[in-house]
Ligand binder design. Structure first.
Ligand code: ADE
Ligand code: ZN
Length: 331
């Protein structure tokens, strides 16, 4: 068996991946042609990005083209097909309503359209998915509270968590701004996952833990710049969803030598691997494991521990977790 085939067969979950990062270039080209709008670049170079800010702008363009329930259900279905292809048994999928311009003010209808795609996929034997509905860093405190109040009223069974993503560097310090929304989410039984330590430094990671009560951090790499923040993550055993390919493509780190993944793992923080925006950034989940294995010389025990973290840190229900952990023990 090749290395990649073994890592494909490794039972694992994905806990840091965005619906906005899953568009195929041909789909976007077809939708843009139908809408008679120009692509920002020729289709062969469509997924070339100057950095995080430019990338986030592209998410608005791409998501804006998904203007029917059928298109949302198609994206949901294709996401589940990707999970099955990658040997991923479950995913928490981040979905940020602000990027989807055709649907503003219609979150319940969006959730239903996505849910229809996930439900049909699951009935066909594809892996289950939970949705993490995300705030954008640049939103206001009022908008954040409004979203949580809507989620609390809806209690949509597909929604497992509140998330926050976007550009921390463009928004300044936002922990205090979003603290009450995250507290309300916790009181309503929602889990919490927070982007931090990508475009913010270690102080963003500390705020995620102390002010937003994060169960989990998306990225978190820059925690390494402050030993006290590393200690905080170790003490509280807060898992990180690390995305090496994303961090290199979006120029957070020049290469894997500079990436803190291995230092964070060796410090005792529970790390897992993830793709962030798989189609747009050219990442697959087995590929991320293969890259880390090659670069850091990980043996099977390390690979198994990282996969176990991905399952245990996920917001999957107890049955899904137990099944994946049992399969992992047999790997
Ligand atoms: N939304 C999608 N991908 C993201 C990333 N890498 N950082 C922040 N927000 C995002
Ligand atoms: Zn992300």
């Amino acid at each position: 068996m090749t290395t990649l085939a073994r890592l494909n067969a490794l039972p694992k979950a994905e806990i840091h991946v965005h619906l906005e990062g899953t568009f195929a270039p041909e789909t976007l080209a077809a939708w843009a042609a139908q809408a008679k709008v120009d692509l920002p670049r020729p289709v062969e170079r469509l997924f070339e990005f100057a950095g995080l800010a430019n990338f986030l702008q592209f998410l608005d363009f791409a998501s804006g083209l998904a203007n029917t329930p059928e298109r949302l259900a198609q994206l949901a279905r294709e996401f589940c097909e990707r999970l099955a292809r990658d040997g991923t048994g479950y995913a928490d999928l981040i979905f940020n309503p602000t990027h989807w311009h055709a649907w503003h003010g219609q979150l319940p209808a969006m959730l239903d359209a996505l849910d229809a795609g996930f439900r049909e996929a699951e009935q066909d034997g594809l892996p289950p998915v939970g949705l993490c509905v995300s705030l954008l860093r640049t939103q206001t405190e009022g908008e954040a509270v409004e979203l949580v109040e809507l989620l609390t009223r809806l209690r949509h069974p597909r929604v497992v968590a509140l998330s926050v993503d976007g550009n921390e560097a463009a928004a300044g310090r936002t922990g205090p701004r979003f603290a009450s929304a995250f507290a309300q989410a916790k009181a309503a039984g929602l889990r919490r996952t927070v982007h931090a330590g990508e475009s913010s430094g270690p102080e963003g990671v500390r705020d995620a833990v102390e002010l937003l009560q994060a169960d989990r951090i998306d990225h978190g790499g820059r925690a390494i710049e402050d030993a006290a923040v590393v200690d905080l993550l170790v003490q509280r055993q807060i898992p990180l969803g690390i995305c090496p390919t994303s961090n290199v493509v979006l120029k957070v780190y020049p290469d894997l030598d500079a990436h803190p993944l291995e230092r964070l793992r060796q410090a005792g923080i529970p790390v897992s691997l993830a793709t962030d925006d798989p189609s747009l950034l050219g990442a697959t989940l087995p590929g991320e494991y293969a890259r880390a294995q090659q670069h850091y010389g990980w043996n099977d025990a390390v690979l198994r521990a990282v996969a176990r973290t991905s399952i245990e840190a996920s917001f999957a229900n107890a049955d899904v977790k137990a099944d994946l952990l049992a399969r992992l023990a047999r790997w």
